[in-house]
Each structure stands twice: as C-alpha cells, then as structure tokens.
Design a binder for this molecule. Structure first.
Ligand code: TRP
Ligand code: SF4
Length: 404
C-alpha cells in the first residue's frame, strides 16, 4: 500500500471507561458510520489510554472493552468496511511509543492543553505519572503506526493530532535522511523515464521555489502513477519533493466532528461525569423514567403557569430530535400553558425510543453471543497487526535498529 492510499485511511479510538451514551452516538459514532462508506476505517479500543487515568480500576476497563465494541456495532459500524481492534493486542503501538518518546521534546508534551487541565481538575485521581504525561505520544504512535491520513476527532483532541504531526515531521527529519539520500532520490527520478523525470523535476522546482500547492499535488499523482519503481524509491520521491528526506511516517490531519453538543437530561452537555446521560442501549422503561423525571422550566410550577422553552432542558432535546412542526407545537403550548410538561415529553420519549430501536436489534446477537464479538475483534487485531508490523520494520530500519 502506497503513502497516498494510506493517506485515505481513517483511524480513531475511544477509551473504554464506561457504557456509551447518546452523546457518544451523536458526537462521534454517527460520524464513524458515515466515514466508513468513503474510507478504509480502523476503529480501536484505546485500553492503554484508559489505563493512564484508570490504572486503579482495571475491572472497569475490562468490562467496558466488550460493551463498547457492542455499542459500536449497535450504532451501525459495519464490519465490511471497518476493522475493530484493541490497542493492547497490537503491542507494536508500545514499541513505536517508546521510539517516538526518544525524540519528543519534553516541552511539547508539557504544553498540550489537556495535560495541565486534567491534572488540575482531577482531584480524585493522581495523574502526575510518567504514563499520563506520555499520553499524546502514545496517541501519536496509534495514528502513525497505520500511516493514517485522517483522524476523526472532537475539538478537544485536535492538539493531540497536532503534536502527532510535529512528531512525524521530526522523526522524518532525523531518520528519513539515510546516507546518500539525495543521490538515491536522483537515481529514483531517472527510473521514471525521461519524460516523467523531466516533469517531476519541473513540478518539484515550482513547488520548492514558489510553494505552488498544485504542482506538489501533480507531482504526487505522477509518483503514484509509476508502476516500475520500488516502494522505497516511491517514499524517497515523495520526501524529496518537499525538500526533506524520506517520508516514513506521513502527517495525519484531524477530521473535525461538527461541534454539536448533545444536551443531557439537565441541559448541560451529556456526560457521565454530570450523571445526566441516556445510554445507547438503556432499558426502555428507564428511558421513559429518565425523561419523565427531567426538570423543566422552574417557573412552571403549576400546569396553568406558562413556561419558557428557552430555559427548559426538555426543549433542548426537542431541538435535537423533533421536526419544526413539533417544536412549534411545544413553543405555543408551553408559553400559553396549553400543554402540560408530560404532554410535551411524550413525543420526545417516542423519538428517543425509536432511535434506539435499531441499536437494540443490532446488539442482540452480540449480547447473546460474546464469542462472536471476540472473533470480530480477533480478526480486526490480525489485520491491524500486519500493518503495524510492516511499519515497525521500516521504523527500525530507519533508526538503524535492524541489526541481524
Ligand atoms: N485520546 C482519545 C480520546 O480520549 C482516544 C484516542 C487514543 C484516539 N488514541 C487515539 C483518538 C488515536 C484518535 C486517534 O478520545
Ligand atoms: Fe419545558 Fe415542555 Fe414543560 Fe415547556 S412544556 S416547560 S418546554 S417540558
């Protein structure tokens, strides 16, 4: 697989720290399901990442790993188009993490915004560990080991993708210049044949002298079209184009998930730590109970008091789930005391249950047959591992660690 094809690969992970809720579905999983039709996707359970914060409760992680995979499948993640695996079952991530840690300046990890924030905020856990500091480096190795070009994440993760790019650049800069790089690149150019070689040189010059993006892309497509050159030469030609050495670890980009904040039962963002969630596969009775007991506009004490949907958490959920007609009905009925709060909640309950119906149906076979889930994951791990192994061979060789 060439760099350009790998660049179309999508990789993302989630930490197994509990059951997934509707916030995960609307914020992340819907996006994964959409992407799987366009890209080769790898989705993985970031159990080592979970350990960096939850090292004292590994049981939670173990239970959540399998439930999370079921939640993914329930959401419509499709095995024909996506591979699902578990981070710790591809130990090459740890090896790359170690290698990258050698070249990552301490200041880079210290200034990742989530680092100081999390340390300051978490009073119930001690996060002043070596492992937690290395979190973004581990994440970089997750991404780079698959040479994934696209990483769908929420805005909070963008700094992690950014540090991944920096680390990749630094790695290529240090280890991508095998001795005689330029001569090898020149030889590779000649192998393309006279006409193509001339075109490559022209495009490269245009890009190097004028920063012409279009020339860069044309030259990349030209390399891509060459049938008769080795993978090593190809990487060299890609690297030489941009003036650097061989691109061993390509830089990924973040595919930002739209900032749609899913409101929870109390109007704050839906989050386990606010205790305001509806789980993806919550029991139906429990869904009904949770919505029925939601607080409403506090000014609406009696049924005859008019209310204001703009200060009511129930209305925020209508914004996510209801059509315009229903929203207008709520607004009129609420402000005129024409409808009661239970009337208002009824169509919402129906919508949430309707959304969850396919989750329950898809999940059923996996809940009844845990071995099926394990075999799906085993297959994903195999596939991931063969890519990870190949990358590690290149990495070891670039670093001069392939003594035999
Ligand atoms: N840090 C991510 C989160 O908390 C999870 C994660 C780990 C991840 N490795 C990744 C996401 C690699 C994308 C790519 O959500
Ligand atoms: Fe909220 Fe609906 Fe009650 Fe108005 S009628 S206060 S929007 S629950």
């Amino acid at each position: 697989m060439s760099q350009i094809e790998a660049q179309k690969r999508v990789l993302s992970g989630m930490r197994p720290t509990g059951r997934l809720h509707l916030g995960h579905y609307h914020g992340v999983l819907k996006n994964w399901v959409r992407l799987q039709h366009e890209y080769e996707c790898f989705f993985f359970v970031a159990d080592w990442h979970a350990l960096t914060t939850h090292y004292e409760d590994p049981e939670v992680i173990e239970e959540s790993v399998w439930q999370m995979v079921i939640d993914w499948l329930a959401s419509g993640v499709n095995l024909g188009s996506a591979s699902l695996f578990i981070q710790s079952r591809v130990p090459e991530h740890a090896e790359l993490h170690l290698m990258l840690s050698m070249i990552t300046p301490l200041s880079w990890v210290e200034r990742v915004p989530s680092y100081k924030d999390m340390i300051a905020k978490s009073n119930d856990r001690d996060l002043a560990t070596y492992g937690f500091l290395g979190y973004p480096v581990l994440q970089s190795s997750d991404i780079l080991i698959y040479k994934a070009g696209n990483v769908p994440v929420g805005a909070d993760q963008v700094p992690h993708v950014e540090i991944t790019r920096q680390i990749a650049r630094r790695f290529n800069h240090i280890f991508g210049r095998d001795s005689g790089f330029e001569e090898h690149a020149e030889e590779a150019i000649k192998k393309m044949g006279r006409k193509n070689a001339k075109m490559y040189r022209e495009l490269r010059r245009e890009y190097m002298e004028q920063g012409n993006q279009e020339s860069l892309e044309k030259a990349q497509a030209l390399i891509q079209d060459q049938q008769n050159i080795s993978l090593g030469d190809r990487d060299r030609l890609f690297g030489y184009l941009e003036g650097g050495g061989k691109v061993i670890l390509p830089e990924p980009q973040a595919l930002l998930t739209e900032a749609s904040v899913m409101p929870g039962l109390d109007g704050q963002k839906m989050s386990k730590s606010y205790n305001n969630t509806i789980q993806m596969r919550e029991e139906e009775d429990e869904v009904v109970r949770k919505i029925k007991t939601m607080t409403t506009d506090p000014a609406r004490v009696r049924r005859t008091d008019p209310g204001d949907p703009d200060v009511c958490p129930v209305f925020q959920l209508h914004v996510v789930y209801s059509d315009d007609e229903t929203k207008t009905w709520v607004r009129q009925g609420c402000t005129s005391a024409g409808i009661g709060c239970l009337d208002c909640k009824k169509p919402l309950i129906d919508k949430v249950l309707e959304e969850q119906q396919p989750f329950r149906e898809r999940a059923k076979q996996y809940e009844e047959n845990p071995d099926l889930v394990k075999s799906i994951v085993a297959e994903g791990c195999e596939k991931a591992r063969s890519i990870a192994r190949a990358t590690m061979e290149e990495v070891r060789s670039a670093m001069g660690l392939d003594y035999r």
